[in-house]
Design a protein around this ligand. Structure first.
Ligand SMILES: Cc1cc2nc3c(=O)[nH]c(=O)nc-3n(C[C@H](O)[C@H](O)[C@H](O)COP(=O)(O)OP(=O)(O)OC[C@H]3O[C@@H](n4cnc5c(N)ncnc54)[C@H](O)[C@@H]3O)c2cc1C
Length: 307
């Protein structure tokens, strides 16, 4: 492996929440024995993802529906922000709904992959023309008939919500495992708290209520306490943030509100890692807004010759 050294007056780190923490934690020197920008010992801590749950239904009214162009109707174009902030709840903050379905492009596997998971799942719920329940799967004419009957009859509600940032949820360097460059990888320590599980119960009740109101046939078995009310495992929410958190207080954070390292004034971090607490919304717009603020601050500080 060839090693290179690049020198710069200002360095911007934006490798993503986990990778930025990993780079800082692996960057130990005599001057920064705890890793770079980590005199506070918070780098890697307060890792938090969105909560994630939801459910799908078949809408019997749409069986054998006519085909027409429905581009842009469903998928991630429909979004309901949190509505219950004034209600008395047993968990803090909230979540949003992403509504999708309809005549989406069939695809294998994810996002209601038609041939991958839906047909085997829904046979058994709806009787065929002769009134018999078909077993899962199928081939030949029978499978084509299933496609014609079921395509475009699915609707689903996905929920993403707030996971309250906790010091006890963190990533750290695992010195026993290295990547192909010989650099130690991360190890994760993460557990949902009772607030997130209560929120998932509320999500489940909301999705069930929407499904019932639509006259839909639920495709997923009802959730319960035993499976955390359908709450997906940490990491599945794909909105991980928080490992290089910002704060005015250098003892409690790695960077200031401009993403500038407290320990190293010419180092800036501009990705999801600088969040102190994610909202109920998806994170990308906030990452962009914070990055823009950092960029303007760098220009200003350069002009003033502070960095
Ligand atoms: C399937 C999926 C769907 C999503 N949908 C949404 C959505 O609808 N709305 C939303 O707000 N968010 C969504 N997200 C989350 C969103 O994509 C992330 O929160 C966001 O991209 C994080 O931005 P970032 O700058 O922190 O990191 P990234 O976008 O991950 O950027 C980090 C960059 O650094 C590079 N990099 C990493 N390590 C190194 C290295 N050692 N050297 C050089 N380069 C490196 C990576 O290649 C990458 O380009 C989704 C995520 C996924 C996976």
């Amino acid at each position: 492996m060839q090693e290179y050294e690049v020198k710069a007056k200002t360095v911007v780190l934006a490798a993503g929440t986990c990778e930025s923490a990993r780079i800082l934690l692996n960057s130990k020197t005599a001057q920064h024995p705890n890793g770079l920008s980590n005199s506070s010992n918070v780098v890697g801590k307060y890792l938090h993802d969105s909560t994630q749950s939801g459910g799908g239904v078949i809408l019997p009214e749409l069986l054998n529906r006519p085909r027409y162009n429905e581009d842009g109707v469903g998928s991630l174009h429909l979004y309901a922000p949190w509505w219950a902030d004034k209600q008395k709840l047993d968990f803090p903050r909230g979540y949003h709904l992403e509504i999708f379905g309809g005549l989406m492009m069939p695809g294998y596997g994810g996002y209601l992959g038609f041939e991958g998971s839906i047909v085997p799942m829904i046979n058994g719920y709806i009787p065929d023309a002769a009134g018999k329940m078909k077993p899962g799967g199928g081939f030949g004419k029978s499978l084509k008939d299933d496609y014609r009957k079921f395509y475009g009859t699915f609707a689903a509600v996905g929920c993403h919500g707030v996971d309250v940032a906790k010091e006890t949820n963190y990533c750290e360097i695992d010195n026993s495992v290295v990547d192909k460059y010989g650099i130690p990888v991360l190890r994760f320590n993460y557990q949902w708290g009772s607030d997130e599980i209560k929120q998932a119960k509320h999500m489940n009740e909301t999705v069930q209520a929407v499904a019932k109101e639509m006259g839909g046939i639920p495709l997923l078995p009802p959730a319960s306490d035993a499976n955390n009310w359908g709450l997906a495992n940490p990491g599945k929410g794909i909105h991980e943030v928080g490992t290089v958190r910002m704060d005015d207080d250098a003892k409690r954070s790695a960077v200031n509100k401009y993403g500038q390292s407290h320990d190293c004034k010419n180092l800036f971090v501009t990705d999801g890692s600088v969040f102190t607490q994610q909202a109920e919304k998806n994170p990308t717009w906030t990452i962009l807004a914070l990055s823009m603020r950092t960029a303007e601050y760098i220009l200003d500080q350069k002009k003033k010759q502070n960095i």
